[in-house]
Design a protein around this ligand. Sequence first.
Ligand code: PRX
Length: 664
Amino acid sequence: MSSSSSAIQSVLVENRVFPPAESVVKAARISGMDGYNALCAAAEKDFEGFWAKLARENVVWNKPFTRTLDESNAPFYKWFDDGELNASANCLDKHIGTPVESKTAIIFEADDGAVTKVSYKELLAKVSQFANALKAQGIKKGDRVLVYMPMTVEGVVAMQACARIGATHSVVFGGFSAKSLQERIIDAGAVAVITANYQMRGGKELPLKGIVDEALAMGGCDTIKTVLVYQRTATACNMVAGRDKTFAEALAGQSTECAPVAVGAEHPLFILYTSGSTGKPKGVQHSTGGYLLWAKLTMDWTFDLKSDDIFWCTADIGWITGHTYVAYGPLAAGATQIIFEGVPTFPNAGRFWQMIERHKCTIFYTAPTAIRSLIKAAEGDASVHPDRSDLSSLRILGSVGEPINPEAWMWYYKNVGGERCPIVDTFWQTETGGHMITPLPGATPLVPGSCTLPLPGIMTAIVDEAGNDMPNGAGGILVVKKPWPSMIRTIWNDPERFKKSYFPEELKGYYLAGDGAVRSEDRGYFRITGRIDDVLNVSGHRMGTMEIESALVAKTDLVAEAAVVGRPDDLTGEAICAFVVLKRARPTGDEAKQIAKELRDWVAKEIGPIAKPKDIRFGENLPKTRSGKIMRRLLRSIAKGETITQDTSTLENPAILDQLGQAY
Ligand code: PRX
């Protein structure tokens, strides 16, 4: 843990409180703080009994479980492990024969505005047919399938079809590069790739299959036998005979019925790669039973879902939010959801508000970065302000992925929610599978910028570096003291790294989230103060500083050394700042600009455009201690433009600070 002091020592100064309206409390599933406290008390009193009851009520089991929690090989916890189920059956088949069967499951709005609706019954037929197509390619239970798809109904169908036959999917966000894709294919040992010829974003046609071809050509991907290609647009793409098939070819003649394969509760439903504090992304492995339970239950609890809600989570299926709150949760809960292919600024920055009006969205769940950029757009152009759209259908708003600053919270509350809709500021992570700390719309008084209190059964706490509890008001390290059903099971191929990263010995066996947090003196509300490791959060996208450093030094003809830090950014939350030492003289002026561009493009190629450093500074060296350690806290100060007031006496080369402070 390299704790940055700013992340663990902030004080909560927000005094505004917004209690839920009485009418909302009355109608809510978890009603008032009494309702919340009763559930928490039930979990405290009989932890396993609490979870067992919920798992029996919320999941359809092919074979009921008899063991709730197996802690014998901690931290490799097992939940409901002698039970059997199928995730896709829990999202689709379960609704057949109920009124949900003919309900709209997905309202899909394409980038160009075209709208398609799919009912639960139709979705089941699509998923089943696709599952049969996968089987026909020889794909079976336990195989890994890489999904590199646009935000479309077909993306969700691909994930659900894998789940239906017990194949483990690994979805890679469409913005990642060929190199990132290749690394994930190799690490997961995937047997097939499901992709599209192109994706449509903001009116532009962007290649996906071309990037898959590039990744496969890089070598090491011999496990891949099949590439299935969804023809999203009319433009042709390269197809390799014997390996590549269009969806149409793969689906031809396949039945629309396919019996779901029951798997053990611990069977890996998916692997999702995310950034850690070392260079190599981690394959976060999730279970089937515990994960599905939490996806379904948090839809009911956090969003207080009602049968007539129109739910919209704007996250891409390439991220955990798009897994739990697009591909699984809404379907398991029988909701109607909106899926949007495009970007919030096309054809104009009023798109989200216009879509809420068009589809009568009732629950809207998005990221603070999107809100901040839409605030900026609305301030510059009244025609895209939310007040131009009828947002009266909304009843609950959500925020996810990064801290939401109180100013953005207030704007969202007033201008989007009409001061009527509770905002659920949900704190969670790829590793947690679903929400951990969040207000409940019909129970929790809201405080802007605070994710408030943990969900019932989730034992979060703030501790010092030895695992001792910190009092309210004092910042510390966020941990979870007990396991929970949807937690990460391991890092694919790397159980040792799993133990070390998340259950460090000094923390008494607690799960280490990697964030700093503080609880308010008055209410004990949590506020997340930011990562305490070398992970950055840029526009809600998680990036490892080491990952970007490795990418930079991989440009061996040019770069001798690189250090990457984050600095606060009004729009993107954090921005990436890289300090680079070249293998040639330190460039200045136009030459520096040109090399900086070259390096940015290089990082985009190595990782993806989301990892491009915003700032690049060149130095003859980096600030190092006499033992050669890079002093990152100084780099963080320089990146922020601060004058260095810290102690620099251990620094080998103090003059370097001035040089790195200069922009070119
Ligand atoms: O730093 C926290 C931040 O996002 C990290 C997890 O990122 P990722 O695994 O990509 O998952 C994002 C979507 C769940 C956390 O360690 N984070 C997430 N939600 C919040 C947050 N920070 C503050 N407030 C939140 N609501």
